[in-house]
Design a protein around this ligand. Structure first.
Ligand code: ADP
Ligand code: MG
Length: 397
């Protein structure tokens, strides 16, 4: 959808901001450009909507050389979101959102109706917020208006330059999640600039890690973190990349522990639960561990998790922690693991209607992480089996 071919930008003072850059962003893909300040991210982005002209090379949009497209026409196809948002202070939120369609000659009533829909889409109730002025909003809310406004002309491409940079970390994470949800619905081709690696990892289907005006690695988050292509990238992603990998590595069936399983349908009926039962105990079953394992998972006839029983108290089925689905990130799984004192979590397979798939323990998390991305010096990148979450988005392409 967006293709850079040997693009170089030298400014008049001789600064080479972007040096012989070639890469491609697929339709519906979200690519994050990440790197330190001054490495050429904004220059890259502004060349796409011709706010800056390249010195050499060319950029194609859906196969068309953009230097042949009138800049005004071009910008109608490309939404642009910047950190400073740039809302008009004297216009209401609704009118700000409707700016572009109104400029394009869409009748006012229709432009405003569409703007109201978009505000709703970004999580701002148009009835509450539509008539407010930008100064009456929080930073995070202003940012949402900026996104709604960029989407108003329904452009196939979105350029976002540090869009969530001006808000505090908690609001930022919230906006990032909202944006991923939104992207799964609108499925734009997105180029998003950030200096924040966490943000790049969380949002990007792929990440372009910038050096000085060049891309050092263009790859999926799991591979950038798990197998940095150069010492520069390894340094940039930092010593704690193992932790960051937790969020891009999925819970995989091969990492799970096999523990003994008991089926309630195989059980013989038992006496009703005594009324003095501890509040945490479920109705007892007569399931009893078959082996000498210290505990077993209890499943119903459909393979759904009912709880667990300890070997020393076979008559009492205890409630199991909330299961994690296969495909969830190790980060989510570890967070859930830390919330329970069981020391394990049942894992279920969403593709099998939520059937039990195995048990996740801290040791299994460790194994999954190591299996997903061995250290780069443990073998060549090609030979590593990388387990990745299929896409940031919630629905299939
Ligand atoms: P980033 O967005 O990654 O922080 P920029 O693309 O804004 O980086 O800038 C890349 C380099 O180009 C920096 O060294 C910056 O100082 C320089 N630069 C940016 N704009 C201009 C300009 N108009 N004239 C000269 N140099 C510029
Ligand atoms: Mg910049």
């Amino acid at each position: 959808m967006i293709r850079f071919e040997h693009v170089t930008k030298r400014y008049a003072d001789g600064t080479t901001a972007v040096d012989d850059l070639s890469f491609e962003v697929a339709e519906g893909e979200l690519v994050t450009l990440v790197g330190p300040s001054g490495c050429g991210k904004t220059t890259t982005m502004k060349m796409v909507n011709r706010l800056i002209e390249p010195t050499e090379g060319r950029i194609l949009l859906a196969g068309e050389d953009i230097s042949a497209i009138d800049p005004v026409q071009l910008r109608r196809r490309i939404g642009y979101v910047i950190q400073q948002v740039g809302l008009f202070p004297h216009r209401t939120v609704l009118d700000n959102t409707a700016t572009v369609p109104a400029l394009l000659g869409v009748p006012r009533a229709r432009a405003r109706a569409r703007a109201a829909e978009l505000l709703d889409l970004v999580g701002l109730d148009p009835k509450t917020y539509g008539s407010r002025y930008p100064e009456q909003l929080s930073g995070g809310q202003r940012q949402r208006v900026g996104v709604a406004r960029a989407l108003a002309a329904d452009p196939p491409v979105l350029l976002m330059d540090e869009p969530f940079g001006a808000v505090d970390p908690v609001v930022r994470e919230h906006l990032q999640n909202e944006f991923l949800r939104l992207q799964s619905q609108v499925r734009k081709t997105v180029l998003l600039v950030t200096h924040d690696l966490e943000e790049a990892v969380r949002l990007g289907d792929r990440i372009a890690v910038y050096g000085q005006g060049t891309i050092e690695q263009f790859d999926t988050p799991a591979r950038v973190l798990g197998a940095p292509a150069t010492p520069y990238v390894a340094d940039f992603v930092g010593a704690d990349r193992g932790l960051k990998r937790l969020s891009v590595t999925a819970v995989d069936a091969s990492a799970l522990e096999d523990v003994p399983v008991l089926r309630t349908d195989e059980a013989t009926p038992s006496a009703p639960a005594p009324t003095s039962a501890a509040p945490t105990s479920a109705a007892p079953t007569s399931t009893a561990p078959a082996s000498d394992a210290p505990w077993s998972v209890v499943l119903d006839a459909d393979g759904r998790v009912q709880g667990w029983v300890a070997a020393e108290e076979p008559g009492r089925t205890r409630p199991a922690p909330e299961p994690v689905p296969l495909g969830a990130s190790l980060r989510e799984a570890l967070a859930a693991l830390l919330q329970h004192d069981t020391g394990w979590l049942p894992v279920v397979d969403p593709a099998e209607g939520g059937r039990y798939a195995g048990v996740l323990t801290p040791a299994a998390v460790h194994r999954a992480l190591r299996a997903a991305s061995p250290e780069p010096d443990a073998g060549r990148a090609e030979s590593t089996a990388v387990t990745e979450q299929p896409s940031k988005s919630l629905s299939p392409r």
